[in-house]
Design a binder for this molecule. Structure first.
Ligand code: BJW
Ligand code: ZN
Length: 252
């Protein structure tokens, strides 16, 4: 992909010590995972309050489980795309690199990212609503499934109205506040508290970059908006990182 890189951006790439990449559903769109909002988004066909709240799960665990099993089937068949692979290569070029994701699909890890801050959990894991026990069973003796303790199992994801995993959120806020470049990739930036991370980064003095084919809530505070698909833009940025970082290493 032919992208025009501004001098300001190239200079940031060359000098940055701490980098944060924060991703949303758009980074997995080119792998075939549906996004939530927008024309073909999941929330066009399904009502979030009927599927992605604990109240919905209590009222109708069967329907909520069927929806998650349907999405697990999709995710089980697909693979990371060049955007995930480009991100997985980035840590070695910077003093500190942190990857934060709202995605529950596990594709960053599948692409080779070892340390992923998962803000909204992981769809492939189950959690007991009574004892909190975790497991990654995919076949169940009964459906909707029960834990060994007799409590109901649910997908280990964060629904509306629920707190995010405290340690993941704390870490995400800390690294965002202290980074030099913050990349917001493939998120509409409307779901809190993840949507606040780029604002924390900005307040901490970071250069904020957005990669998204569409403008979002965040666009007006960004220093650079790459209008395009992350599967094309991220590999191009990785190539730039390789060239400017190896040159600065040789020069020092
Ligand atoms: C591409 C592309 C390509 C396409 N390349 N890009 C008012 C103020 C503050 C907070 C609230 C408020 N009212 C309510 C709240 C709280 C609520 C919230 O934020 N609601 C807003 C919607 C208003 N938040 C919560 O409840 C959170 N918890 C919380 O706040 O706890 C504290 C608290 C508790 C109780 C009361 C008050 C406070 C929890 C949020 C949990 C979100 N859960 C979901 C479901 C996860 C499980 C599952 O997968 O089923 O998480 S919702 C869904 O949205 C999912 C996503 O992670 C999340 C974000 O979506 P994302 O990633 O941005 O996707 P899209 O589809 O929106 O955007 C995709 C983008 O990609 C688009 O921009 C495309 O253009 C782009 N794109 N192709 C690059 N190829
Ligand atoms: Zn249990």
């Amino acid at each position: 992909m032919n992208i025009a890189f501004s001098d300001r951006f190239l200079n940031m790439l060359k000098t940055a010590r701490r980098v944060v990449v924060s991703t949303g559903a758009g980074v997995s769109a080119e792998s075939g995972v549906p996004t939530f909002r927008g024309a073909d988004g999941l929330w066009k066909k399904f009502r979030p309050e009927e599927l992605a709240t604990f109240e919905a799960f209590q009222a109708n665990p069967q329907i909520v489980w069927e929806w998650y099993q349907y999405r697990r089937e999709i995710i089980h068949k697909i693979k990371p795309n060049p955007g995930h692979y480009a991100i997985a290569q980035m840590p070695k070029f910077f003093e500190a690199f942190d990857l934060v994701t709202q995605n529950v699909d596990g594709l960053h890890r599948a692409a080779g990212s070892e340390d992923v801050i998962e803000l909204h959990g992981n769809i492939m894991r189950n959690k007991c609503v009574d004892c909190g026990g975790l497991n990654d069973d995919r076949e169940f003796a009964q459906f909707p499934p029960l834990c060994r303790c007799g409590g109901r199992l649910r997908p280990d994801v964060v629904w509306f109205g629920e707190m995010l995993p405290a340690s993941a959120l704390e870490r995400a806020e800390k690294v965002s506040t202290s980074c030099d470049i913050f990349f917001s990739v493939g998120t509409s930036g409307v779901v809190q508290p993840a949507a606040s991370l780029p604002y924390l980064a900005r307040r901490g003095g970071a250069f904020v970059v957005e990669i998204n084919p569409e403008p979002t809530e965040l666009t007006y505070i960004t220093d650079e908006h790459f209008v395009g698909r992350s599967g094309e833009v991220l590999p191009a940025i990785l190539e730039k990182i390789k060239s400017v970082r190896s040159r600065s290493l040789t020069a020092s």
